[in-house]
Design a protein around this ligand. Structure first.
Ligand SMILES: [Cu+2]
Length: 141
């Protein structure tokens, strides 16, 4: 019985799992006085099970939060998300005016061309780190 159970668990691991790839990661360049910036990327799940982005860390800032952008009464607002589902076989975009990672309390300036390490934490896939390129844009979020 125990053998059968472990076989079932093993086959579950072998045949149903998320496979996460982070593409086109970049961070918005900000003036040296700024204490906040935002990071963007695409999360692709080529596996056959959903996964969830639950946290992000970066050595560039003391805090990083997952946000979404909404228009309420004609005003752009941001709301913190507890997690973002990445469905099996699909891709989720983080981009200006939409979902983004807010880098809060920056430890260093972010100039165009710099590289910033982002560590994305997934419920099933664990931690995945990428090097994001700093780019200049006009939009705020
Ligand atoms: Cu934000």
């Amino acid at each position: 019985m125990a053998f059968l159970l472990s076989l079932l668990v093993l086959s579950g691991l072998l045949f149903a799992e998320p496979h996460i790839v982070i593409e086109e990661a970049w961070v918005r360049a900000v003036p040296p006085v700024s204490k906040m910036s935002a990071a963007f990327f695409r999360i692709r799940n080529t596996g056959d099970e959903d996964d969830y982005l639950i946290a992000v860390r970066s050595p560039a800032s003391r805090k990083a939060e997952i946000h979404t952008t909404l228009i309420e009464d004609g005003t752009m607002r941001m709301r913190r998300l507890r997690e973002v589902r990445v469905p099996a076989g699909e891709a989720v975009e983080f981009r200006p005016m939409g979902r983004h990672v807010m880098l809060i309390d920056l430890k260093r300036s972010l100039r165009e061309g710099d590289r910033v390490r982002l560590t994305l934490v997934f419920r099933k896939s664990g931690e995945i780190s990428v090097e994001a390129r700093v780019r200049k844009v006009r939009m705020m979020h």
